[in-house]
Each structure stands twice: as structure tokens, then as C-alpha cells.
Design a protein around this ligand. Structure first.
Ligand code: C2E
Ligand code: CA
Ligand code: CA
Ligand code: CA
Length: 274
């Protein structure tokens, strides 16, 4: 039994070493990407449920890691937070996104994700202000997406930072709503401009009455707070039908458009035909 125990501990330690080494390698590659322009951005459309009109685009960070290929931000953002690279990455994302949006032929909104580490630093206020000035983007066209968990650290400081940014005219959305353990508490603590209903609610909304009832309740909550709700992860027209019936404001998901480059020529043609 002792030998078995030792063997397991040994496996466990080797596993830990292995994971630590992988994180260290990834952190090194992330810093290299920061220095060598190794990231790019994908844009995913957001549309009005009632009219199908485009309301804006969410910016999603992409990293083609040399020797590995595309790595999901869900995998590398935590490492970037751990090694501090997230600050430089966050500044870069904001800058490129705002410059890009300022040059769009249509005044759509641009939604940028902000990590918890950024939300714990007072410099974020100046970064946002300077980026708006530098890019010339009107503040009301920028929306920051924050998750409930990113406000958990020093809550008072995070709320102070959000208030200051909102005072610039930038709007703030609560992302992945409904997945945390204190969504309602977070909603009460700050006047969010948009609720992004987490995509886990979409998967069963057509088939499961329980899921549909929860979605309906969150939409009612948004209405009574006068906060528009955007449903994430809409993949089927049946899901979109439910959202339309239940009065959801906006939707985003593979059905409406995959993240990627924006093809403006489609719109120009439409405009010319009109
Ligand atoms: P998120 O903010 O919830 O972003 C939405 C994610 O859902 C994106 O994954 C998007 O590709 C995916 N998605 C969109 N529509 C659908 C759908 O219909 N079905 C399914 N199954 N998925 C859909 P992605 O791009 O892999 O990003 C994952 C997460 O990484 C994001 O979740 C966000 O938390 C984080 N992230 C992405 N870009 C940034 C960034 O610039 N900064 C920070 N701090 N985090 C970022
Ligand atoms: Ca988001
Ligand atoms: Ca989300
Ligand atoms: Ca998420």
C-alpha cells in the first residue's frame, strides 16, 4: 500500500511538473506574440431579434501559436493573466478594435472583453480614455464586456473603475449572465447597460420547459430593470423563434454569423441595390 501510495504521489508530482512547464512555455510564447504582433482579432455579429438589423460586433482574440496552431482564448487568457501579459494584450486589443471600428463604413457598436485582472487596475480608465481619443471612436460606440467573476476580486475597486469608464460614455455589459453564483447580486451592484445571457441557456430552450421558463424569467428581469438582454450562442432558428416570442432584444451566435473578418462588400451591394 505504501508503494502504491508513493507511486501515485510520484505520478501526481510529475503531472504537476508537466503542467507547470506547459504553462511556462505558453507564457513565454505569449510574451513573444505580444512583442511580434502575433495576435489578430475576429469579429462576431450581434443583431436585433425583432428586426434582424446588425447592432454591433464582439471582438474575439485569436492567437496562432507557432508550432501549435490556433489556441482558444479560453485556454490562453488564464495563462496570460497569470504571467501578466494580459495587460499588454488588453491594451493591444482595445487599440486595434477601436481603430478598426472608427474606420467602419457603418457606426456599429464594438464590444470588447475585459479580464478580471484589467478590472483590478485603475490604469484601465486612462487606457480606455486615451484609446478613444487616439482612435477618434465615439465613446457610445464602445461597449466593454465584463463577467461576474471578473468583479469578484476587489469588488469596490472594480465597481469604481466601471463607474469611471461609464462616465466617459462607454457602455458596460455583463457577460455569461446566469452562470456565476451571485448573478443577481452583481446586477444589483452596478447599472449594466446590457445583460448577455450565457449560451448554456440556449442549448435546451426549445426542448425543455424548465430552461424556457428560466430564459423567460431573465428576459422579464431585464425588462423590469430596463436593461436589454442579448442571448449568446444562438445556433438554430428554433432558438431564435423562442427568443422572438419571449421578447429578447438581441442575439449572437453561429446562426447569425461566425466570428471572422467582416465582409463589407456584402453591405455595399445591399446599399447599392436599395
Ligand atoms: P465569450 O466572451 O463568452 O465569447 C463568446 C464565445 O462563444 C467565443 O469563443 C465565440 O466564438 C463562441 N461562440 C459564439 N457563438 C457561438 C455559438 O453559437 N455556439 C458556440 N458553441 N459558441 C459560440 P472564443 O472566441 O473561443 O472565446 C472564448 C472566451 O475567451 C470568450 O468567451 C472570452 O471570455 C475570452 N476572450 C476572447 N477574446 C478575449 C479578449 O480579447 N480579452 C479577454 N480578456 N478575453 C477574451
Ligand atoms: Ca464576451
Ligand atoms: Ca459570453
Ligand atoms: Ca465565456
Amino acid at each position: 500500500a505504501k508503494a502504491e501510495f508513493d507511486r501515485r504521489i510520484c505520478y501526481y508530482e510529475r503531472d504537476m511538473d508537466e503542467q507547470a512547464r506547459e504553462r511556462r512555455d505558453m507564457a513565454r510564447d505569449l510574451w513573444t506574440a505580444v512583442e511580434n504582433d502575433g495576435f489578430h482579432l475576429a469579429y462576431q455579429v450581434q443583431k436585433s431579434v425583432a428586426t434582424s438589423e446588425i447592432t454591433g460586433y464582439e471582438v474575439l482574440l485569436r492567437w496562432n501559436r507557432p508550432g501549435y496552431g490556433e489556441v482558444s482564448p479560453a485556454d490562453f487568457i488564464p495563462v496570460a493573466e497569470e504571467c501578466g501579459a494580459i495587460n499588454a494584450i488588453g491594451v493591444w486589443v482595445l487599440k486595434v478594435a477601436c481603430l478598426e471600428a472608427a474606420s467602419w463604413p457603418e457606426p456599429f457598436k464594438i464590444a470588447v472583453n475585459v479580464s478580471g485582472l484589467q478590472l483590478s487596475q485603475i490604469e484601465l480608465i486612462a487606457t480606455v480614455r486615451n484609446t478613444l481619443l487616439m482612435s477618434g471612436l465615439a465613446p457610445h460606440r464602445l461597449e466593454l464586456e465584463v463577467t461576474e467573476t471578473s468583479i469578484i476580486g476587489d469588488k469596490q475597486r472594480a465597481l469604481h473603475i466601471l463607474r469611471q469608464i461609464k462616465a466617459l460614455g462607454v457602455s458596460i455589459a455583463i457577460d455569461d449572465f446566469g452562470t456565476g453564483y451571485s448573478s443577481l447580486e452583481t446586477l444589483r451592484a452596478f447599472p449594466f447597460d446590457k445583460i448577455k445571457l450565457d449560451r448554456s441557456f440556449m442549448s435546451e430552450v426549445e426542448s425543455n420547459e424548465q430552461s424556457k421558463a428560466i430564459v423567460r424569467a431573465i428576459l422579464a428581469l431585464g425588462r423590469s430593470l430596463s436593461v436589454p438582454v442579448l442571448a449568446e450562442g444562438v445556433e438554430t432558428s428554433a432558438q431564435l423563434d423562442v427568443l422572438r416570442k419571449e421578447g429578447c432584444t438581441e442575439a449572437q451566435g453561429f446562426l447569425l454569423g461566425r466570428p471572422g473578418a467582416i465582409d463589407w462588400s456584402d453591405r455595399l451591394e445591399l446599399g447599392m441595390r436599395a
